[in-house]
Design a protein around this ligand. Structure first.
Ligand code: ZN
Length: 274
């Protein structure tokens, strides 16, 4: 029995070492069919998310003051660069905002920074060391079964051979924010800014445009508005309420199509009742 178990584990490790990158690249492939209605004149998807292995990568188009929000996992780099060069001049990117430091949002930041030579990388102060190290813990989930998977994922990241897949090339942040940051000096209205919206992680931030649109990373939902992952669920609820109180109508999340205000309000009420 012990012999066969050893053979099985050794076989799995060999397959993973040999084909791990191919498997994860395949799992990171975006689901393009779902994204036909996502883009607007102002907000475009550079690469849509896969279910969990890579986040949405957004382009906020504003001429020579455009902003990229999140960079996806390291497995989507080629598609990201191709699409970026089709849509805009990389030198027109002034900020690369990282909503938080999870590998599925930050995997391409190092290479993207090399291409977008005028861009400054922005992250919250609490997560600048995760960005520097290229490593951040996987959060818990409010759903029991997903939480079990999260816990297993957390344990697996301690296995060196698997850690390779959830880490990325670290980078120094150019700008760290605490409570928030105005975007007026980059040619945006005075109701456009970066806001600290902790909960999913302690340093999660959102980009607010005209107090009406928010790009929120993983603050609400992951694939579905009801799948909530949070290091601190109560803090997450307060952050969601903060965005609802501002009057946000459209929430561009890290995974899947955008959520409406009605979607988020319903999920928020469901969350605080449980
Ligand atoms: Zn995340």
């Amino acid at each position: 029995m012990f012999f066969w178990l050893t053979v099985f584990i050794a076989g799995a490790v060999i397959i993973w070492v040999k084909y791990g990158d191919i498997i994860l690249t395949t799992l990171s492939k975006p689901n393009k069919k779902k994204y036909k209605k996502v883009t607007s004149d102002r907000i475009k998807i550079l690469v849509p998310s896969s279910y969990i292995l890579s986040s949405n990568v957004y382009l906020i188009e504003n001429g020579r003051n455009s902003i990229i929000v999140d960079t996806g996992s390291k497995y989507i780099y080629k598609e990201l660069i191709d699409n970026l060069q089709k849509l805009t001049n990389p030198r027109h990117i002034v900020l690369i905002v990282l909503t938080h430091s999870h590998f599925d949002h930050t995997g391409c930041v190092h290479r993207l920074k090399q291409l977008c030579t005028k861009a400054k990388v922005v992250i919250h102060e609490d997560e600048k060391m995760c960005l520097h190290d290229g490593n951040c813990n996987i959060p818990r989930s409010s759903k029991y079964l997903v939480d079990v998977a999260s816990r297993i994922g957390q344990i697996l990241t301690y296995v060196p051979i698997l850690k390779h897949y959830s880490t990325y090339e670290g980078i120094e942040a150019d700008i760290t924010v605490t409570d928030g940051m105005s975007l007026t000096s980059y040619g945006y209205s005075n109701t456009s800014y970066i806001l600290h919206t902790p909960g999913h992680t302690s340093g999660s931030i959102s980009v607010i445009l005209d107090n009406n649109i928010a790009l929120i990373g993983d603050l609400v939902g992951n694939g579905s508005v009801h799948n909530m992952y949070a290091d601190d669920p109560e803090t997450m609820s307060r952050s969601i309420k903060k965005l609802l109180d501002i009057g946000i109508e459209t929430f561009y999340g890290g995974h899947g199509p955008p959520f409406t205000r009605v979607d988020v309000l319903r999920a928020y009420e469901e969350h605080i009742e449980n």
